[in-house]
Design a protein around this ligand. Structure first.
Ligand SMILES: [Zn+2]
Length: 379
């Protein structure tokens, strides 16, 4: 056996820890740039307390927005970045911190579509403060950016882009509306299931995934129904963090392979795409494993996932898929057509998904027909 597991992010977790943010930011610099979402109300008190600059990220980040943010940080002489928001805001902060010191066009650094330029200079120090429980972006080394020109989402990636501190305060998620709780929570679940069955899984990642899947099973319905459920919100914040550590070290799979081109061409939240695809992706992998690789270790892993989700020792891989399907119904997960995706779009989506980096970690390669069936079932 041979594997690597890396993280250089200091994690500070717990209810009320967000109050330590001003002091924490001052330990990294004197003039912070606070990157936040469309609503800047929550960030306002931090901006005042820190005499910081404010940069708002209204939607999922693009190369244009990152270019603008990096220029703003440079012109204002910022020396530390605080990302306060969901996955989009944290990813934007990572990319802004990297471009502010490396210069150049964000597009040139994007995997697959860019020039393959590498991050060489250490980015500005980044403190990531998630306000959703889903992406785990506070502990990953990539930032997903959209390029409207290429109709795809792709990553800027470097170990140097890991946030210096992940400040995870579950209280920041109490006010999330049910639909966002559902989509981000199902993204967290996907990011625990895909690394666990990944071709690159390893024992450290396994332990994180097992701990996280059980927590989502016990908490996501509760967090959806009662936003201020303290235990449910804490478990979801932890599950999201565990998923981030897992995916950064073992990769993902076909659900994220589809989320990349779909999110690049349609205005749909990442979590909602993953949620719509998850049960169908699991079903396709289990069916292909049974048909072509019945002794593949991923099959037993799908059964272990089913036991964690259902709490039943005799649960089969298929029972786990049924459990996720029922969860998606209970949480009112919208089908892909909601976002304007049509049957005619699917062959092109499959072609792009096949080349996505996440697809390479899927437990076994699926045929174009099998992939088409997954995205059609989610339509
Ligand atoms: Zn995801």
């Amino acid at each position: 056996m041979r594997f690597e597991f890396a993280t250089a992010t200091r994690v500070v977790f717990g209810e009320g820890t967000a109050a330590t943010l001003p002091e924490l930011a001052r330990s990294f610099g004197t003039h912070p740039l606070v990157v936040t979402g469309a609503s800047t109300t929550r960030a306002a008190s931090f901006v005042t307390a820190l005499s910081a600059e404010l940069f708002a990220v209204p939607g999922e980040p693009t190369v244009d927005l990152v270019r603008e943010g990096a220029r703003y940080a440079q012109n204002a002489g910022c020396d530390v970045v605080v990302s306060l928001g969901g996955g989009s805001v944290i990813d934007a902060g990572k990319a802004i911190a990297a471009i502010a010191t490396n210069g150049g066009e964000p597009l040139d650094f994007l995997e697959g579509v860019g020039k393959g330029r590498a991050i060489v200079a250490p980015p500005l120090s980044l403190i990531a403060v998630p306000t959703t429980a889903g992406t785990g972006s506070e502990v990953t080394r990539n930032a997903v950016l959209g390029s409207t020109e290429h109709g795809v989402k792709a990553s800027m990636r470097s170990p140097l882009m890991l946030p210096r501190v992940a400040l995870v305060d579950p209280e920041l998620t109490y006010g999330l509306p049910p639909a966002i709780t559902a989509s981000t929570g199902l993204d967290a679940l996907t990011q625990l299931i895909e690394p666990y069955v990944s071709a690159r899984a390893n024992p450290l990642v396994d332990a994180l995934c097992v701990a996280g899947i059980g927590r989502v099973a016990g908490a996501l319905r509760g967090a959806y129904r009662a936003g201020a459920d303290r235990d449910a919100r804490r478990d979801m914040a932890l599950a999201s963090l565990l998923g981030g550590l897992a995916l950064a070290n073992a990769g993902l799979g076909l659900v994220h392979g589809f989320a990349a081109p779909l999110g690049g061409s349609w205005k749909a939240p990442h979590g909602a795409l993953c949620a719509a695809l998850l049960p169908h992706g699991m079903a396709a992998n289990v069916a292909a494993l049974r048909a072509r690789a019945p002794r593949h270790p991923a099959l037993e892993r799908y059964a272990a996932i089913a036991r964690l989700l259902t709490g039943r020792n005799e649960a089969s891989a298929e029972d786990g898929i049924d459990w996720v399907r029922a969860l998606c119904v209970d949480l009112n997960v919208p089908a892909l057509h909601t976002w304007g995706i049509t049957e005619a779009d699917l062959p092109g989506v499959v072609e792009k998904a096949t080349r996505a980096s996440s697809m390479q970690a899927n437990p076994l390669p699926l045929t174009a027909e099998e992939l088409l069936a997954v995205v059609r079932a989610a339509l």
